[in-house]
Write a protein that binds this ligand. Structure first.
Ligand code: NDP
Length: 304
């Protein structure tokens, strides 16, 4: 069976940064890209907050650059989805696309988290044209415009507050008649004159034309005239394949040691959104990927 020193699962900023560092450290890592090569960033329009790109960069271009940079230092980037892992024995055994197996002395999990969507056809149609799951990434495009956020947890409140600092008016669409966000968050939302909370409302359809979103129709029949529609209904860490193999928290995120990328299994590390439900930014994921490569190198050298 093929054996590698370092196997990286996932191809977002965390995975590629881990591959760059592991490659430069001479570990000849193998990276499996997974079902969404390039990860979540390839679903946003423009990345404007990654340091070093003063004019912004498209998420796809950035991921292509990272892929080439990883390749330059000897990382082998392969297409393929990791479908099973066995971390109960060393070297670890990883199954790709249900059939091929490969052994790895160490593994870096960088599979990310996907934003939850409502699942409406109109939402899919206007993705990147007014529909976004990341206010911090895309809010800037709606300066002085009216927007809507859906959700009633901390994410939705945080998005609404962030957007209120940029936009003219923010509707917060909540399906129940209460917010489940923390008290502090709720107070901030209620105290913000730009935010109107619409309790007990369900989004039925996103309206738009060839230029993008023009409104949202609620199940009550009311139409909100907005140019941006932001999802704030949570994220789903992509950890199904690791369940039962490494410790996950109650929301399915990989548990890592404080200030480290070490998981509950020695030699298995996790970086990026898959192990971070708080920040979930490209730059924080990249930083964690760097740490994971260092942790991995130390483990392989017997220094951990
Ligand atoms: P949550 O699961 O806490 O909240 C999801 C919200 O989305 C709920 O209000 C839920 O409604 C609503 N929702 C889910 N599905 C739909 C749907 N199909 N249509 C309409 N509404 C829907 O997720 P969060 O991402 O907000 O938070 C996850 C965790 O991260 C929490 O522990 C949170 O505290 C934490 N967090 C902390 C932050 C901070 O401290 N700054 C910032 C962001 C997150 P319902 O209530 O009806 O189920």
């Amino acid at each position: 069976m093929e054996t590698t020193k370092c196997l990286i699962v996932g191809s977002g900023p965390a995975g590629f940064t881990a591959a760059i560092y592991a490659g430069r450290a001479g570990l000849s890592p193998i990276l499996y890209e997974g079902l969404v090569p390039g990860g979540q960033l390839t679903t946003t329009s423009e990345v404007e907050n990654f340091p070093g790109y003063p004019d912004g960069v498209s998420g796809t271009v950035m991921m292509d650059d990272l892929r080439r940079q990883a390749g330059r230092f000897g990382a082998e980037v392969r297409s393929g989805e990791v479908t099973a892992v066995d971390f109960s024995r060393t070297p670890f055994v990883i199954t790709v696309d249900g059939s091929q197996t490969i052994e790895a002395q160490s593994v870096i999990i960088a599979t990310g988290a996907t934003a939850r969507y409502l699942g409406l056809p109109s939402e899919r149609k206007f993705m990147g044209m007014g529909v976004s799951a990341c206010a911090v990434c895309d809010g800037f495009f709606y300066r002085d415009r009216d927007v809507a956020v859906v959700g009633g947890g901390d994410s939705a409140c945080e998005e609404a507050l962030y957007l209120a600092g940029i936009c003219r008016k923010v509707y917060l669409i909540v399906r129940k008649d209460f917010l489940r966000a923390s008290d502090t968050m709720q107070r901030r939302v209620f105290d913000n004159p730009k935010i109107e909370v619409l309790f007990g409302h369900v989004t039925e359809e996103i309206l738009g034309d060839e230029n993008g979103v023009t409104g949202v129709r609620l199940a009550s029949g009311r139409v909100l005239e907005v140019e941006g529609f932001f999802l704030g209904i949570g994220h789903e860490p992509r950890t199904e394949v690791f369940r039962g193999q490494v410790e996950l928290d109650d929301q399915g995120y990989v548990v890592v040691g404080a200030g480290s990328t070490q998981t509950s299994v020695r030699g298995v590390f996790a970086a990026g959104d898959v192990a971070d439900k708080v920040y979930q930014q490209a730059i924080t994921a990249a930083a964690a990927g760097c740490k994971a490569a260092f942790d991995c190198e130390r483990f392989l050298n017997g220094e951990d």
